[in-house]
Design a protein around this ligand. Structure first.
Ligand code: ASP
Length: 343
């Protein structure tokens, strides 16, 4: 029987960084240097191949063009590999995982993103465990089929659904949480996969989408926000969707100027989408008086979707569907990203 094959895609991030002698700042290095630090990879009973971004980056420099590049790499190599591991900085990993979960439709193989809080060359680095277990997960099979058929993040002993995650710690090894969906697997002495939580196996042909629409803005509310601030954001030219980050279960000021700017934005043809600043729980417009005004003017509730996933889902949908369908699909669960369908 031929060996299983995994493709490692190296984008950059702390996992492969070294200290710049002059400035003392952490900067990405090339893949060869990174791999020198993990001789254990030779003991994995699989064929491992590597693709690296031409210029490796700190993930704060990630753009939708990089997501398209990742989709191209996966598409070109899809048939030849059993699974994919993307080495990525943790800062924007939740965005990349969310974007890929929509751009890779009918995924029949695992795409696991991982990285590290400490560079691989540092003695106490978390890089090795994250990398090696991510590879094991990417190679897992049952009856000849990949066990995991979705985009995930593996970090510090937990496998999380990519489009449910958010980075919540800059200092803990456990950098990610999945506030509204349980972990898909835990890696202890054994790797325990919660099969009932995984997306179902699909035998449909995968589709690799390479278009995104970036005409989106995010408005985070805070007590004292001024009309000038809201007006400036609502007035961005070519705006197709505005995400408002609201309080609690989707509540916002009832001041008439605020509601009027949003109403005008919607009248101008853009969608206004309500995401809560709370990580856990869901937007329920109409529950409080302070969200009824939003419901009345046609603001769309994001349910329990994270900001990262709402943003990436909008970028994806706006590039592929009519405005009417974007509203409908936002409220639906298309890739495991939301559980509720409230307002
Ligand atoms: N700044 C780094 C990055 O996101 C942090 C990390 O890799 O964890 O690329």
């Amino acid at each position: 029987m031929s060996k299983s094959r995994a493709l490692i895609i190296y984008t950059g991030g702390t996992i492969g960084m070294v200290k710049d002698a002059a400035s003392g700042a952490l900067m990405p290095v090339n893949i060869e240097l990174l791999l020198q630090h993990i001789p254990e990879l030779n003991r994995i009973d699989a064929e491992l191949c590597i693709e690296a971004f031409e210029t490796t980056i700190d993930s704060s420099d990630i753009t939708p063009a990089h997501w398209i590049r990742l989709v191209e790499i996966i598409e070109q190599n899809y048939d030849a590999f059993d699974g994919f591991v993307i080495l990525h900085g943790s800062d924007t990993m939740a965005y990349t995982a969310s974007a890929l979960s929509f751009m890779l439709e009918n995924l029949g193989k695992p795409v696991i993103l991982t990285g590290a809080q400490l560079p691989i060359g540092v003695l106490r680095s978390d890089a090795k465990e994250n990398f090696i277990t991510a590879l094991e997960l990417a190679l897992l099979k049952e009856n000849g089929w990949s066990k995991i058929n979705e985009v995930c993040i593996y970090f510090e002993y937990h496998l999380l659904r990519g489009n449910r995650t958010t980075k919540y710690s800059a200092s803990n090894f456990n950098a990610f949480i999945s506030p509204n969906y349980p972990a898909l697997a835990e890696a202890g002495v054994n790797i325990q996969i919660h099969t009932n939580l995984l997306l179902p196996i699909t035998k449909a042909t995968p589709a690799f989408h390479k278009k995104l629409d970036e005409n989106i803005a995010v408005l985070r509310l805070f007590p004292g926000i001024t009309p000038q601030h809201v007006k400036a954001i609502c007035g961005i030219p070519n705006l197709k969707a505005l995400i408002i980050e609201t309080y609690g279960s989707g509540n916002a000021p009832t001041a008439s100027w605020f509601v009027e700017y949003l109403r005008q934005t919607i009248a101008g043809g853009a969608l206004v989408v309500n995401v809560s600043q709370c990580l856990n729980g869901a937007v329920e417009q109409g529950k409080y008086k302070t969200s009824q005004q939003l419901l009345a003017i046609g603001v769309i509730g994001a349910g329990d979707m994270t900001l990262e996933t709402t943003l990436c889902k909008l970028m994806f949908l706006l590039a592929h569907a009519s405005m009417e369908d974007v509203s409908l699909l936002l409220a639906a669960d298309i890739s495991g990203e939301r559980s509720h369908s409230e307002n």
